[in-house]
Design a protein around this ligand. Structure first.
Ligand SMILES: NC(=O)c1ccc[n+]([C@@H]2O[C@H](COP(=O)([O-])OP(=O)(O)OC[C@H]3O[C@@H](n4cnc5c(N)ncnc54)[C@H](O)[C@@H]3O)[C@@H](O)[C@H]2O)c1
Length: 456
């Protein structure tokens, strides 16, 4: 018998039908535990993605165990001290002290768990090849303690095929059969750190399983804690959804960065162009140029896709081109700095340059892949000395291993300030009053007019 699933008082955004889970089956027993909140929930990887997810499950009434290889994170987590900006300690701490939430570095707790979300990193190697070692390491631990009736959901962003081609064979080494003894899904994580409107709870959750019973259990589980669940027909579709979203963003940013370079060459203000184009009520979506891509997703994920398609003999040309243009932006910014200094008869070599904002985007502390690093490196290579301000980042380790400490006071004596990240708690009025020259890569000074400002 096939039934269309209904999700009690939650929005279900799909008309996909699922087979009813057989009474007495492992699926039925797990579904009962999920509905009654007696399922023991596990989250592997307690970073920007895993910690907020663990908090949502605990808030929904489950007992949640987070597993992380970092003892420092486990200790902070267990003392209710949140290290993820979007989750205040005042939310984490009561869940920990109330006994709903705990963390450990000991994977043997998996013996007692019914569900596991895997939220470990998926970086790129130097050669732009996916680094699957974190997923493999997590699965090697999971399979040691694997038991019938478990639901495993991979959330780490990855290439299409990972769940069924890499994770499934590892879990099947246990001798258990997917769709009958255990259940496997992929669900892309869409968290947008620093976004006050959309967070883990209200971002629609796409989920696709290896079998229809897997998808149904994934849908049922997420719908207990999150507002909207979007089931899709396979793990590959779910994996590709994330890559479409991030590739869409990366390519549009590449396009608008190229527009910025073209406008610069023609003496046109690209920001004004975008603002006016955005008044079109249909068929246009504004993207903004900047100093280059940053973060754990947009600069990396599209290359997971292009790597995979290469295996099938398909070239992902849009991705390669946008990657090239976006990768040129730090060079473009440094050239702007050099030209701006030339205009005031100062050579870049020997100048003091102050970076305003090190994190990869506004109002967060995450510096992963931040274009600020490339800009610092290029400036130093051309003989400038570099300092920085960032209320969210007290120190950074540069490529050469040296450590740069925040030094906000250096702004006033710098020959040029480069706005790389437009944090909302920066005092732009004071900056304009004190700085000698400003290269603004974010249009943060859009409301100011001054001969000191050089816009991207
Ligand atoms: N940060 C984001 O904004 C974001 C958004 C969407 C998707 N993602 C994706 O989600 C995944 C996780 O990203 P993140 O930003 O949370 O990373 P993160 O580095 O903040 O957290 C990952 C955590 O996993 C832990 N870890 C590493 N190997 C482990 C292992 N074998 N077992 C247990 N724990 C392990 C690390 O110690 C770390 O705490 C990545 O695939 C990323 O691409 C991230």
């Amino acid at each position: 018998m096939r039934i269309t699933t209904q999700c009690e008082n939650k929005k279900l955004m799909s008309t996909i039908t699922f087979p009813a889970v057989r009474p007495g089956s492992a699926a039925e027993s797990l579904a009962d535990k999920i509905r009654s909140k007696s399922a023991r929930v596990g989250v592997v990887g307690l970073g920007y993605v895993g910690l907020p997810l663990a908090v949502e499950y605990a808030g929904a009434g489950y007992h949640v165990t987070g597993i992380d290889i970092s003892d420092a994170k486990v200790d902070r987590f267990n003392s209710g001290d949140s290290y993820v900006g979007d989750v205040p300690s005042s939310t984490l701490a009561p869940l920990v002290t109330g006994g709903r939430l705990e963390a450990t570095a000991d994977f043997s707790v998996i013996r007692d768990l019914d569900t596991i979300d895997i939220c470990v990193p998926t970086p790129l190697r130097e050669t732009k090849v996916p680094d699957m070692s974190y997923i493999v390491a997590a699965c090697e631990e999971i399979v040691k303690y694997f038991h019938p009736g478990m639901l495993v959901i991979l959330e780490s962003t990855t290439y299409p095929g990972t769940t069924d081609e890499l994770v499934l064979p590892m879990l099947e080494k246990s001798g258990l059969k997917v769709g009958e003894d255990f259940f496997l899904c992929f669900s892309p994580e869409r968290v947008d750190p620093g976004n006050p409107k959309y967070q883990t709870k209200n971002i629609p959750k796409v989920v696709g399983g290896t079998t229809p019973a897997c998808t149904e259990l994934g849908r049922l589980f997420y719908s207990q804690a999150l507002e909207t669940v979007v089931p899709v027909s396979s793990t590959q579709v779910a994996e590709m959804v994330k890559l479409l979203e991030n590739t869409f963003r990366m390519i549009n940013i590449g396009l608008v960065n190229e527009m910025a370079i073209m406008c610069d060459g023609m003496g046109i203000n690209v920001w004004e162009v975008i603002q006016a184009a955005a008044t079109k009520p249909f068929g246009f979506m504004p993207f903004y140029p900047g100093p280059g891509l940053g973060g754990h997703c947009i600069p990396i994920d599209p290359f997971y896709l292009s790597w995979k398609t290469k295996q099938a003999g398909i070239e992902a040309r849009f991705i390669e081109l946008a990657g090239y243009i976006n990768g040129q932006m730090p060079h473009f910014v440094v050239n702007k700095v050099q030209n701006a200094l030339n205009d005031v008869a100062k050579p870049l070599k020997g100048s003091k340059i102050h970076i305003y904002g090190m994190s990869y985007k506004r109002d967060i502390d995450d510096v992963r892949e931040s274009p600020a690093f490339d800009i610092v490196h290029l400036l130093q290579k051309r003989g400038a000395s570099v300092s920085y301000s960032d209320p969210h980042v007290s120190e950074v380790r540069l490529e050469d291993g040296s450590v740069l400490h925040e030094n906000a006071a250096a702004m006033a004596t710098a020959d040029c300030v480069v706005i790389v990240t437009d944090h909302s708690d920066f005092d732009y009025k004071a900056l304009l009053a004190e700085a000698n020259l400003i290269v603004d890569t974010r249009n943060a000074l859009k409301n100011f007019q001054s001969g000191k400002i050089v816009r991207l």
